[in-house]
Design a protein around this ligand. Structure first.
Ligand SMILES: [Mn+2]
Length: 395
C-alpha cells in the first residue's frame, strides 16, 4: 500500500492525480494545508501499517517530524519526500528527501513535475503526451512561468481547480488523462473559464484601490486584504507599484499572510521565515502571528490607500522632457524633469540634492519617500499657470 500526503493547491493535487494514475486503489491520498501536514505525519506514524510506503509532496515537515520520519525510515526504508521549496532544501540531507528548486537545465521545477519524473524513472507510471502536457501546465502555473510564456491554459487550469471541488477536479482529470491523447478543456469549461477571468479582473481592480504602503523592517511593502486569487493579485499589484519591495496579502479569516514579489533583490521566503513561515524567493507565506499582526494589521490600519497615478493625461506624462508633476497628501508638489544628463526633482520650488540617472529612479524615490502620485492634467495646467504668473511678477 501507498500513502501520499500532499499540498491542497494545484501543484499538490497534481501529485495526487499522478499517484492515483500510478497506483490506483493501492494509494490513499490526503491533501493538507501547510499547517495540517504535521498532524497527518504523526497520525501516519502512529496508526498506519508500517509497511505502507509514504510519499510527501509539495510540503515539508517540522523538525520534530523530520526526526521521527528518519527513525521510521531507518527501520522500514519506505519514505520519499519530493519538494521544490527553497526553504525545504535542508531535507536533501536525508536519504528520503529530494528537494530541487531548479533542474540541471536551469528550469524551475514544481512538485508535480518532480513527482512525474520520479514515477516514470522508477517505472511506476508510463509517460504519455497528455500526461506530459498536464504536468507542464501545472509546472508553468506553479512557477509563474506561464505569464512570461503567455500560456493562458496554465492559468485556466488553476482557475478550474478553484471552481470545482478537489474531488471533482481529481476525477475529471484522471478520466481525461486516461482517455485523451492530448490535454484540453471541454466547451463548457471554456465558457466557465472566460467568465472566471473577467471576475478575477474585476476583483483585482477593486483591490488596486485598497492597497496601502508601509515600511516594514528594511523594506517598503504594499499591504492589502484579500481572501482569493493571491498569486494573481500579488503579481498585478507588484507590477502596478514597482517601487514596492513586496506585496503582503492578508487573509484574516484564514489568519495567514501571502508574500509576493516581482523583484530579484527581495527574498520573500526569508521574510516569511522570520515569522515562522516559508516558501519560494518570489512567493511565500506565513501565519498571522502576534508579531505579524502588529506589523501588518495594527500599524497599517490607519493608513490611506495608495493614490493611483492619473492615467488619462495628454500633457502631464511620465518621462516628459517638460517635466512630470507629482503631488503627495501634504499637498507638496514634485516635478521630475531632465537636466543635462540627469533627472532632477523640484520639491515645491526647490531642487532636492539627490539626482537620478533615469526617470524611473526619480519616480521610485518619490513614491518610496513621499507616496506621491502623478497628478491629473488640470492640476498640471494650474501649476504651470502659477509658475508663469510668478515668473512675470519677477520681471
Ligand atoms: Mn508547489
Amino acid at each position: 500500500m501507498y500513502k501520499l500526503l500532499s499540498h491542497n493547491d494545484l501543484d499538490g493535487v497534481g501529485c495526487g492525480i499522478l499517484a492515483k494514475l500510478a497506483f490506483g486503489q493501492e494509494v490513499t491520498v490526503r491533501y493538507n494545508s501547510v499547517s495540517s501536514l504535521n498532524r497527518e505525519i504523526e497520525f501516519f506514524l502512529e496508526n498506519d501499517d508500517p509497511d505502507t510506503f509514504l510519499f510527501i509532496t509539495d510540503l515539508s515537515p517540522n523538525e520534530v517530524n523530520e526526526k521521527r520520519l528518519q527513525e521510521h525510515f531507518k527501520e522500514f526504508s519506505n519514505v520519499q519526500l519530493i519538494d521544490h521549496h527553497k526553504t525545504a532544501s535542508h531535507l536533501n540531507d536525508f536519504e528520503w528527501g529530494t528537494v530541487l528548486v531548479e533542474d540541471e537545465e536551469g528550469k524551475l521545477t514544481s512538485a508535480t513535475s518532480l513527482f512525474y519524473q520520479f514515477l516514470v524513472a522508477n517505472e511506476l507510471l508510463a509517460p504519455t503526451e497528455a500526461l506530459s502536457e498536464f504536468v507542464e501546465l501545472v509546472r508553468q502555473y506553479d512557477t509563474w512561468e506561464w505569464e512570461k510564456n503567455e500560456n493562458q491554459a496554465a492559468h485556466s487550469l488553476n482557475s478550474l481547480f478553484y471552481l470545482v471541488s478537489i474531488d471533482e477536479f481529481e476525477e475529471k482529470m484522471i478520466e481525461r488523462l486516461q482517455a485523451n491523447e492530448h490535454f484540453d478543456f471541454d466547451e463548457f469549461e471554456k465558457k466557465l473559464l472566460s467568465m472566471e477571468e473577467d471576475k478575477i479582473e474585476r476583483y483585482i481592480r477593486r483591490k488596486k484601490r485598497e492597497i496601502v504602503q508601509a515600511k516594514v523592517g528594511d523594506y517598503i511593502a504594499g499591504v492589502v486584504y484579500a481572501e482569493s486569487y493571491h498569486s494573481e493579485l500579488g503579481n498585478e499589484l507588484g507590477k502596478e507599484h514597482p517601487h514596492l519591495d513586496y506585496i503582503a496579502i492578508l487573509n484574516m479569516g484564514g489568519k495567514r499572510i501571502s508574500l509576493r514579489t516581482i523583484h530579484d533583490h527581495v527574498d520573500v521566503s526569508e521574510i516569511a521565515g522570520s515569522y515562522g513561515g516559508g516558501g519560494h524567493q518570489k512567493a511565500s507565506g506565513c501565519t498571522l502571528s502576534d508579531e505579524a499582526y502588529k506589523q501588518f494589521v495594527l500599524e497599517t490600519f490607519p493608513l490611506e490607500p495608495i493614490q493611483e497615478d492619473a492615467n488619462r493625461n495628454r500633457y502631464n506624462l511620465k518621462e516628459s522632457t517638460f517635466g512630470a508633476l507629482y503631488q503627495n497628501r501634504r499637498d507638496e508638489t514634485f516635478l521630475i524633469v531632465p537636466k543635462k544628463e540627469e533627472w532632477i526633482i523640484i520639491q515645491n520650488n526647490e531642487k532636492i540634492k539627490q539626482t537620478f540617472s533615469n526617470f524611473a529612479d526619480g519616480e521610485r524615490y518619490l513614491k518610496r519617500n513621499h507616496e506621491a502620485w502623478l497628478v491629473r492634467d488640470e492640476v498640471f495646467v494650474q501649476y504651470l499657470m502659477n509658475e508663469v504668473r510668478k515668473a512675470s511678477k519677477r520681471e
